[in-house]
Design a protein around this ligand. Structure first.
Ligand code: AMP
Length: 407
């Protein structure tokens, strides 16, 4: 991956390389947390994830200026998306009263910044109240850059965006910019899976469509020993090989690509494991009638919605034998109880492999939702916090927010 090629040539600056005593740190955090109708924070994980970075700065004797976006206000002020609603939670979690200013640039911020003392933290208003943020406006980024001696990026979830606060602002801190703990951990986890992990390396790819995973598959074929394919993607591969998939989700225009992937895998000596039996249903419904069938002989009108027991046995053997595991995407329609068993079993195997010393990374797109729903988040080595950013990393793309720190 390009980011890691760059990384190996340049020293990756992390937060521990700095002593923040008497310094003000401008930190891009990801406080894009869900709020309920009454504007209470319903999931605090993103605030908790930023805590180690903020505490390190405050405990060094520095002060922290926190900037984030919340929702999609599209360049307009919107009271429901004001970061003032999260101040209480931030103060509670970090253990320090946060100061808030209802803007992110301009005089009010300048004054609050000047008054900021060591050990204090200041939260700026939602960056996306300004269209300049998502446009990556240089002048806006320069204004933001006035609010810190050192720039710290700790927002992996937005690292794939070349926005003013995530990327552009870094150029105003040529010598004083670094990754926060969270972002550094994400980079390390991807690096382990893609480059330095112990063999055998296994990727478990599920989800709905081949088209959304194709770039990932192509990129990881050079890096893995085993590729487990599950979920809706299965049927494009099976039909391409001449099987009957009934009414299963299938992208006929991607069948050529599927065959091409299988050929590439063979040439690269990557073992591909596709389901052999599946639970077929006569409707896309939790209460549909079901039957267990061979994956390549699904009756007309029936659709495969989860993997079967023989498949799970085979997947399990591969997973338990792996030393490094990447898991992206459910192997069935896990949102419906009747078709969640396969994804739960895969989670149990990954858990067991992790207990046996394998490194396991779960991330990208909706994978995290499945893992959280079944309580696997504490049983795998690392759960990525960035859906889109993780997908782009797995596709081998250079994330602009990461490149800007390495520059
Ligand atoms: P993705 O965001 O691409 O990882 O896709 C996740 C979605 O794939 C989930 O909402 C699953 O319900 C769906 N999915 C998994 N297996 C199947 C299947 N056999 N048929 C249809 N959808 C599926």
């Amino acid at each position: 991956m390009v980011i890691f090629e760059v990384q190996t040539k340049k020293t990756m600056k992390v937060i521990d390389d700095y002593n923040f005593e008497g310094k003000k740190a401008l930190i891009r955090v990801d406080f894009n947390v869900p709020l309920d109708e009454a504007l209470n924070v319903t999931d605090t994980s993103r605030i908790e994830a930023a805590k180690p970075t903020i505490l390190k700065i405050l405990e060094d004797g520095g002060s922290a200026v926190l900037m984030s976006h919340l929702g999609r206000p599209k360049g307009q002020r919107n009271d429901r998306m004001s970061l003032k609603h999260i101040c209480e939670k931030v103060s509670e979690i970090i253990g320090v009263q946060v100061k808030f200013v209802d803007d992110c640039v301009g005089e009010k911020v300048e004054q609050a910044y000047t008054e900021l003392q060591s050990g204090e933290m200041l939260l700026l208003e939602n960056l996306r109240f300004y269209g300049e943020e998502t446009n990556g406006d240089v002048a806006f980024a320069e204004k933001l850059s006035k609010f810190g001696d050192i720039y710290v990026n700790d927002a992996f979830g937005t690292a794939h965006r070349a926005h003013a606060s995530t990327t552009i602002v870094a150029q105003f801190f040529p010598e004083n910019k670094c990754f926060g703990y969270l972002l550094a951990k994400e980079i390390k986890a991807i690096e382990t899976v893609m480059q330095t992990g112990e063999k055998p390396v296994t990727a478990i790819l599920g989800g709905a469509k081949v088209s959304s995973k194709i770039t990932i598959i192509e990129n990881i074929l050079d890096k893995v020993d085993h590729l487990i394919i599950g979920g809706g993607m299965t049927y494009t591969f099976v039909k391409a090989q001449g099987g009957n998939v009934g009414a299963s989700i299938c992208e006929e225009d991607k069948m050529g690509l599927a065959l091409d992937i299988l050929q590439q895998a063979e040439a690269k000596k990557v073992k591909v494991h596709l389901p052999v039996d599946v639970i077929a249903a006569d409707d896309f419904d939790n209460n549909a009638n079901t039957q267990m069938v061979q994956v390549n002989s699904i009756p007309d009108g029936w659709q495969g919605l989860d993997v079967g027991p023989e498949t799970l046995k085979r997947f399990g053997e591969v997973i338990l034998d792996s030393r490094t595991i990447l898991w992206n995407g459910p192997v069935g329609v896990f949102e419906m109880e009747s078709f969640a068993e396969g994804t739960i079993s895969v989670g149990n195997y990954v858990d067991k492999a992790t207990q046996n010393g394998a490194f396991s990374l779960v991330g990208g797109g909706d994978s995290v939702a499945a893992v959280k729903q079944f309580g696997f988040q504490d049983k795998v080595s690392y759960v990525s916090t960035g859906g889109g950013a993780m997908l782009e990393s797995l596709e081998g793309k250079t994330l602009p927010g990461i490149a800007a720190i390495l520059d």
